[in-house]
Design a protein around this ligand. Structure first.
Ligand SMILES: [Zn+2]
Length: 334
């Protein structure tokens, strides 16, 4: 199966900015998110021995995004171990966290890390926070990164910027349309500090989808915990796609809750607009989850959702994202 992760963050070491109070608060918030981890593998393994737990914990520790300072080479190694062919790789801005000192990872740093793997790692730039930096500067960098540095899409992170539908962002959306690229956007709650969840409510996409119907928009995290609102938006806007990164965390592994969440998203958006990703970077646990996930007979019966066919799974796992990015997937033979 062709597997293409829609969301994989990379960061260099942050020891030079670790003294900032907001950085410390952010790290605490992210550590607290790990409380969800035991739930993220709920029901996934038949025989969860102590040894298997240790393996999973080790796998998670090694993930990109959890170990700042990792390289493109290390990411490729993990992708190979997990059987992931391609990944969209993103920097993290978090500029306000260090009082504007620097982005957690710059686009230039990321470009350097991934340049040896143009067939495996697809650069998705982040030029935010766009208004704080000055919209003209953000738009200039966006155009340069796409035209000169091979970035294929752009991510908006409204958490530390302005609401998705703030009209000061219109020149940014106009440039995205002109460049003919896709927009990836964080939707739902903000689990980082500093951040404002109100900037990311899925229904704010209505203004952007209506004014820029030509831009394919991939909404990360299913808009959780406002996934119903995102589902309803995806019903009416053909250019709006649903990214399922972190579904195993928010939906609890392969539980009934997760099945209902995915089943509803598919029912609303259609299987062709559902895109798999991790947020945590490729790892074996995430791929095991992707391969095992199924809408159980009892959920099919209670909600009327169809089971996932292998064709559906292949679209979710990578084919839909390849199509969105106009990439022809290599025949992996697996
Ligand atoms: Zn994310």
């Amino acid at each position: 199966m062709f597997i293409f992760d829609c969301e994989c963050h990379m960061m260099p070491l942050a020891d030079d900015i670790s003294y900032f109070p907001l950085y410390k608060m952010n790290q605490t918030a992210l550590r607290n998110m790990r409380r969800l981890f035991p739930l993220a593998v709920y029901g996934q393994y038949d025989n969860l021995t102590k040894q298997k737990w240790a393996e999973i914990a080790q796998d998670q520790k090694r993930r990109v995004g959890n170990a700042p300072g990792e390289s493109g080479d290390a990411l490729i190694e993990k992708m190979d171990e997990a059987g992931v062919q391609m990944a969209c790789v993103l920097p993290e801005s978090f500029l306000p966290m260090s009082m504007g000192t620097r982005m957690m990872s710059t686009n230039g740093w990321l470009a350097n890390e991934i340049k040896r793997y143009p067939d495996r790692l697809i650069g998705v730039c982040n030029v935010g926070p766009e208004i704080m930096r000055g919209i003209k500067n953000a738009v200039w960098e966006l155009e340069y990164l796409v035209k000169e540095m091979n970035f294929k899409a752009v991510k908006l992170y409204p958490v530390d910027g302005v609401p998705i539908n703030d009209e000061r962002l219109w020149p940014y959306y106009e440039k995205i349309r002109e460049l003919g690229i896709s927009l990836f956007v964080h939707t739902g709650y903000s689990y980082c500090i500093p951040g404002r969840s109100a900037n990311c409510f899925p229904w704010l996409l209505e203004d952007v989808c209506e004014n820029f119907p030509e831009i394919p928009i991939l909404a990360y995290h299913m808009g959780y915990p406002f996934q119903d609102a995102l589902n309803m938006c995806a019903i009416k806007y053909p250019n709006l796609y649903i990214g399922t990164s972190l579904l195993s965390y928010f939906g609890h592994g392969i539980s009934r809750r997760a099945q209902v969440m995915l089943g509803e998203a598919i029912a609303c958006a259609g299987i062709d607009k559902i895109i798999w990703g991790t947020d945590t970077g490729a790892n074996r646990t995430a791929v095991d989850w992707l391969k095992k996930f199924q809408i159980s007979e009892s959920v099919q019966k209670d909600y009327g959702y169809a089971p996932l066919s292998e064709e559906d799974r292949a679209k979710w796992a990578g084919l839909n994202l390849a199509k969105l990015l106009k990439i022809i997937p290599a025949d992996t033979g697996k």
